[in-house]
Design a protein around this ligand. Structure first.
Ligand SMILES: [Fe+2]
Length: 295
């Protein structure tokens, strides 16, 4: 059921203050509790709409991936906690986006990253963080969905921005594979055709620029190929290593048309991942996290 826009501002104020006396608790744990309570405020008859449940699960996995990549990249405990927090919060704007507009398509509604930024900005707990951390957290949340980061962005926000963007892509790759397996990708991308073709123009664009445009996507297979192009876009060696070790791109191959051009692109993507992740090894403890249920 879609709630009226009037109720939404009230809901946005719900949720406990994570700064509520459990001072010894790491910040990211407080953020997690806040987000779960915020999501609870959208429950109706004790049930969360499946589309909101889906976003809560995605946020939990992005938080876990962000922690993992930050740890593997040698970040301090404080920075890693900030990275995990950004993962938990990056899509918090999806809740009111869904309730107000009934869609996750930004083009038909609002910029959900900007909405996420506003929701976090309106939370009283944010000011418990040092000013510089607040700014970096808000930058990472507000820019996580942009094709390019703006040139005007503070340089010290960049690592956190890149971390959330990499972690988001990791979960989308995994989700894409799961949806291909259970045949639900079409449902998730109804605007794309189910024809088993990849546009030559899209492959050329990726091979020339290392980037595939969403505007050029026509089929579900184009969508999958655009995610293969992320091999050229990952900002952390640990992300590329994770994709290789978990065979996240290799698992997409059986679903793609077996043409010479697609095969060539997949080989090039693998070479790029090897190059990007050269010298990086994930620790046993990081691998273990991947095997555990997240969230
Ligand atoms: Fe997002």
């Amino acid at each position: 059921m879609i709630l009226s826009a009037k109720i939404v501002p009230l809901l946005r104020k719900h949720g406990p203050d994570p700064h509520d006396g459990r001072m010894q608790e790491p910040f990211e744990q407080r953020v997690k509790r806040w987000l779960v309570a915020y999501a609870d405020s959208f429950r109706e008859l004790d049930a969360l709409h499946p589309m909101l449940e889906f976003k809560l699960g995605h946020s939990a996995r992005v938080a876990a991936y962000a922690r993992l990549v930050a740890q593997a990249s040698g970040w301090s405990a404080e920075e890693t906690g900030l990275g995990e927090s950004a993962g938990w919060l990056h899509d918090v704007g999806r809740f009111t986006q869904w309730v107000e507009y009934g869609t996750y398509q930004d083009a038909l509604s609002i910029d959900h990253a900007q909405r996420s930024r506003e929701v976090v900005q309106g939370s009283s707990w944010l000011e418990t963080l040092p000013d510089a951390h607040q700014r970096r957290l808000l930058d990472a949340i507000g820019h996580h969905n942009k094709r390019e980061l703006p040139a005007s962005i503070d340089q010290d926000s960049l690592p956190l921005c890149h971390l959330v963007r990499d972690a988001d892509k990791l979960d989308i790759l995994d989700l894409t594979h799961r949806m291909l397996m259970d045949g639900t990708l079409q449902e998730a991308q109804p605007q794309l055709s189910g024809e088993p073709y990849v546009s030559d123009e899209l492959i050329e664009e990726i091979q020339e620029t290392g980037r595939g445009s969403y505007a050029k996507m026509r089929t579900l297979m184009d969508f999958v190929v655009v995610s293969v192009a992320w091999a050229w876009d990952f900002q952390f060696a640990a992300t590329a290593r994770l994709v290789l070790e978990q065979e996240m791109m290799a698992k997409l191959e059986p679903y793609l048309p077996s043409t010479e051009r697609v095969g060539q692109l997949l080989r090039q993507a693998r070479v790029q991942l090897e190059k990007s992740s050269a010298g990086v090894r994930l620790f046993e403890s990081e691998r273990k996290v991947l095997g555990e249920p997240i969230g």
